[in-house]
Design a protein around this ligand. Sequence first.
Ligand code: TRP
Length: 457
Amino acid sequence: MSNISNKERESIHGLWSSRLTFILAVTGSAIGLGNIWKFPYVAGANGGGAFVLVYLICILVIGFPIMVSEILIGRKGRRNPITSMHLLGKEETGSQYWKVVGFIGLFAGFLILSYYSVIAGWTLHYFILSLTGGFTELDTDQANLLFSELTSSISTQAIFHTLFMVITIMIIARGIKNGLEKAVKFMMPALLFIMVILLIYSITQGDFARGVDFLLKPDFSKITAASILAAMGQAFFSLSLGMGCIVMYGAYLPKNESIVKTSLTIIFCDTLIALLAGLVIFPIVFDNNLAPTDGPGLIFLTLPLAFSDITGGMLFGSLFFILLGFAAITSAISLLEPSVAWMIETQNIKRSTSAIIIGSVIWLLGFLTILSFNDLSDFTFWKGTLFDNFDYLASNILLPISGLLFTIFASWFMTKSSSRSELSDVSPTTYVIWRFLARVVAPIGVIIIFLNAINIL
Ligand code: TRP
């Protein structure tokens, strides 16, 4: 490990080959089940338009400064999030406790990946269903049946959850250049292409006006402390913030690339895909007498109906679910990479062994999510089933807390010259805006949302 006083550190895992691959990798991390599976159902459960409005505000004034802070910390630390926070914390403040932030983040990442992989497994199962003609001439009841058959089967879910974890572990084991970059390059454009086809379907065949109304017309009476907290949690989740995965990817970013511009690009793409997903889903929901509040099954109930209706639906359906699976993989690798890098760097264990050890623990944990939909579906406490609690704890509590600490560290505790040297390409005004958002607006925002939500936490 390099000398602590040596400020220009190098990553031992190599660097991204270009700015474009970094953008693709972070976009790949950001865009995933969060945009297409989670955003529509959380928006649906929290009142639609009002939720979306709060979500967009959170993205801009909380998400943006935190993303910049995380990349900045990563690029300066050039290590996994725990070690980076440890090194920088000592360097900038003399305290060794900042590494705790990294630990909170990695713990959240464990929880998230454990259920993420199960849901990603659902998309793989739906890929096969579509490929084998499972979506022909479906009506709402049959779509419901397909979905409940899946969630009630432990073995089907286990098979696909295992498959998904194995693929994720294999990509991580191959390392940055060979594994991660290759995976993201073609998948994002392809996914966008199918989303546009689905959008055309929604516009022409669905109840588009009602869908747009629901998603984009804010009904302010629906804004509650709970929905604001959900919107903030969703902003963290969708932008992959708070767990250090952006810190990790920042550690592989070459020195001369612009952190601010890259962040804005990523945020724009992520938000676009989420809104697009909403615009695809809700017109189909209303057209088929489904409810926007149908929960985690929402895309699995609506999209098969659309595919069963479209000419070439079998092809598009299969393509859609496999690409969604791919989008999930590029996110899953970003959830696994930080803890694997931590193990390699600090425990001196080989990359492949580390990936297998950590991946297996997460894989096992995933069974609790699988059981949440069947044998343990009646075992509920706090926010619901085990799955509900994992998601709530990680997205709505842990990510905001550690994201808040990352940004407080970057803007209050790092010297101005340290942060400015990472953001040297932007104008003084832009720098001041970032610093103000990071020091004042984002922390106050997160804290107010927490305080408001305290009696529902
Ligand atoms: N952002 C991803 C999605 O929308 C999920 C994800 C990847 C994530 N890395 C993360 C969520 C880190 C929280 C923290 O699907």
